[in-house]
Design a protein around this ligand. Structure first.
Ligand code: SME
Length: 161
């Protein structure tokens, strides 16, 4: 497909409904994981203007920073640490309206106020990576983000892992 996103919806759910099939088409048939994750972060940033969006990949006993868009971030996160390490340990999405109220939150940027972290499972059901999205506004993510970002995680599992 052409490397241009077409986004006309003005509401959040509509934007996700336009974006996800385009991202799926973009990664289908491309075997390089880094290239695919890089394009997914760029697409999410282009569609929503997220403050920070990126992947942390499970490598041995740590999460290691992967493709992202936004300010520089911490490189490694241990199992169970921070929002990302908790999503990995609990194998479920973490929706955090106020990062200061999340015990152990890792502040890569003091501007980050709310966050959603979605695990991406491999075909055996193990967590392969997490998708982390940060906002500089409080309570910026809701169940719409959760629903569609989990759909995106399934697209990644199907085409990229
Ligand atoms: N806040 C995350 C760390 C990653 S950065 O936000 C990019 C956490 O608590 O796991």
């Amino acid at each position: 497909m052409a490397e241009t996103l077409y986004l006309s919806a003005t509401n959040k759910a509509g934007k996700y409904q336009e974006l996800l099939p385009q991202l799926e088409a973009l990664v289908t048939g491309e075997p390089d994981l880094t290239a695919n994750l890089a394009n997914i972060t760029a697409g999410l940033r282009e569609a929503f203007g997220f403050f920070w969006v990126g992947f942390y990949l499970v490598k041995n006993d740590q999460l290691v920073l992967g493709p992202f868009q936004g300010p520089i971030a911490c490189t490694r996160i241990a199992l169970g640490k921070g929002v990302c390490g908790t999503a990995w340990a609990e194998k479920r999405t973490q929706l955090v309206p106020d990062v200061d109220a999340f015990p152990g939150h890792i502040a890569c940027s003091s501007a980050s106020k709310s966050e959603i972290v979605v695990p991406v499972f491999d075909k055996t059901g193990a967590v392969a990576m997490v998708l982390d999205v940060d906002s500089d506004q409080l309570a910026d993510f809701d169940l719409i983000d959760l629903q569609y970002l989990e759909q995106l995680a399934q697209i990644i599992q199907k085409h990229c892992l």
